[in-house]
Design a protein around this ligand. Sequence first.
Ligand SMILES: O=C[C@H](O)COP(=O)(O)O
Length: 225
Amino acid sequence: MKITQTPLVILNFKTYLESTGEKALQLARALEQVAEETGVNMVAAPQGADLWRLSQEVKIPVLAQHIDPVDAGGHTGSMLIECAKEAGASGTLINHSEQRMQLADIDTVISKVTAADMISVVCTNNVETSAAAAALKPDFVAIEPPELIGSGIPVSQAEPEIVEGSVAAIKDINPNVRVLCGAGISTGDDMKAALELGSEGVLLASGIILASDPKQALLDLVSKI
Ligand SMILES: O=C[C@H](O)COP(=O)(O)O
């Protein structure tokens, strides 16, 4: 399932208990309902063990959180791209700040994802790494200053220059790469600001996953688009 429509919301389930197992399925269903009700493209990125179940149960795209730069064979504990694809993943996050990779490995995984006709979302931490990622031709770059992740302080309002600077640097290198931003995003105002800075969507987690009513939080998130 290719992601063509923006604005886009990618919810990274991380390893919160609130987004694990049965609760991962409930969260994915909330994403699906909000996508149907609002027309905004919603994507789930659950843990590897939840990929198969979610991809079978919901119609929205499902991404892996990480794929290892390995070929089939003896790599115990790794996530193989072929396995993620067979489990129903449409693509993967790459180089999330909680799962950093070396540049050559990012390049390897993007090549594998592209060859598998899947979606690559490379996470970066500043304007310079955003530019470097764009040169590797992923589908998306998601700019996320690590110090704001999980803080409740939205990057789109606290550090707008990093988002704007990344958009400019990425488009300068490869106008086909689409830009997302994340870290601390949770409200409609945060998402509106993100889009006004030139990004085409958001990558977020705690503001939705830890909300008392995640579906209502998602509806609020997209209410000002
Ligand atoms: O992948 C998501 C980002 O790390 C943002 O996380 P957060 O929304 O909890 O700040």
